[in-house]
Ligand binder design. Structure first.
Ligand code: NAP
Length: 305
């Protein structure tokens, strides 16, 4: 059965990934969208999700807006009996995501909280290699130029937009997939004087074995960009780099499958729908919430786009 799907929020990620991947998928037929400003060339683009749900015969929706407005859209879609794909992060708070999970269960539809970085080419190989190793230390560095990657995105700096955790949560989604459980012991959030969300975070975690795990997220990096996770173990050093797309063990580059992050997400969404299941893992979002609970805050110089 082909799943008829509509996209909500036609912005950067909808155009870069969702639309081309859905066009190439044998499981889905993209037939409509809801967008205030954007348009798609697949049937009618409605102004609101309510209009789209009333007018269209669809099975599923993909919610590609900022996290602050995802809950309301997901709630009405689930109430209308649609399967729902949530872009990352799945919401602006933990509780709203858990309410959606409960609502989807009651309604008998699939809810998928997607974490695209978990589908990066090196992640599964890294997870499998680390599974029987003793960890000595972990160092995560996610440092990028916000002016390059998020030009003019006001929502990302507002409350619930998460600031540097918008990319940082991708690192946390990988770390929570490849490492044993860990928790925050101390941290520092640097927040520009004119913004609600951090521009940098320096986080110290540990696990039950006492492994030091440090994550540095910074949006002020110009020049080469860094999206690395380095794990020192009793059997050598694992380095996942370029957002999980490259993997080296003791400096030796590992052969990996081709890049297929969003194809992997939509294959998973289709499989969940076929099995009548949901996948709502809030572990990466919980670490962000913990950072807001446990870390110190420092005001830093105002940030202008
Ligand atoms: P974006 O380009 O700013 O687009 C978001 C779209 O959501 C807007 O075009 C807008 O479309 C809609 N929208 C609805 N309510 C909005 C509101 N209150 N404020 C702003 N936009 C609103 O953002 P994006 O980069 O696509 O990111 C969207 C989500 O995808 C975020 O959660 C982000 O973390 C995630 N994501 C982004 C990337 C990336 O590379 N950019 C990668 C992976 C995941 P309409 O005019 O159509 O309503």
């Amino acid at each position: 059965m082909v799943i008829r799907i509509g996209i909500v929020g036609v912005g950067k990620i909808a155009r870069d990934q969702h639309i081309p991947v859905l066009d190439a998928s044998p499981d889905f037929d993209l037939v409509t969208a809801a967008s205030r400003h954007g348009r798609i060339e697949h049937g009618v683009t409605h102004t609101t999700i309510e209009e789209m749900l009333a007018a269209e015969d669809i099975d599923a929706v993909s919610l590609c807006q900022p996290p602050q407005v995802r809950f309301e859209a997901a709630r009405v879609a689930i109430a209308a009996g649609k399967h729902v794909f949530l872009e990352k992060p799945p919401g602006a708070t933990l509780t709203e995501v858990e309410l959606l999970r409960d609502q989807a269960r009651e309604k008998g539809v699939t809810l998928f909280a997607s974490w695209h970085s978990r589908y990066a080419a090196g992640v599964e190989t890294a997870r499998a290699w680390l599974a029987d190793k003793s960890l000595h230390s972990v160092h995560i560095e996610w440092k990028e130029d916000v002016r390059h990657w998020h030009p003019g995105q006001a929502w990302i700096w507002e409350a619930g937009g998460m600031g540097v955790f918008d990319p940082g949560i991708n690192a946390l989604s990988i770390a929570t997939a490849i490492l044993p459980g860990f928790f925050l012991t101390e941290g520092l959030l640097e927040i520009p004087a004119n913004r609600a969300s951090p521009i940098a975070a320096d986080l110290h975690f540990t696990d039950a074995a006492g492994t030091p795990i440090r994550a540095e997220f910074d949006w002020r990096q110009t020049g080469p960009q860094t999206w690395d996770i380095k794990v020192e173990t009793d059997a050598g050093t694992l380095l996942l780099s370029k957002g999980g797309s490259e993997l080296r063990i003791d400096g030796v580059e590992q052969t990996l499958p081709p890049e297929a992050e969003y194809r992997g997400l939509y294959d998973r969404f289709a499989a969940l729908i076929a099995a009548g299941e949901s996948d709502v893992d809030v572990a990466p979002l919980r670490h962000v919430a913990d950072a807001y609970l446990r870390a110190e805050r420092r005001q830093v110089e105002a940030f202008e786009d």
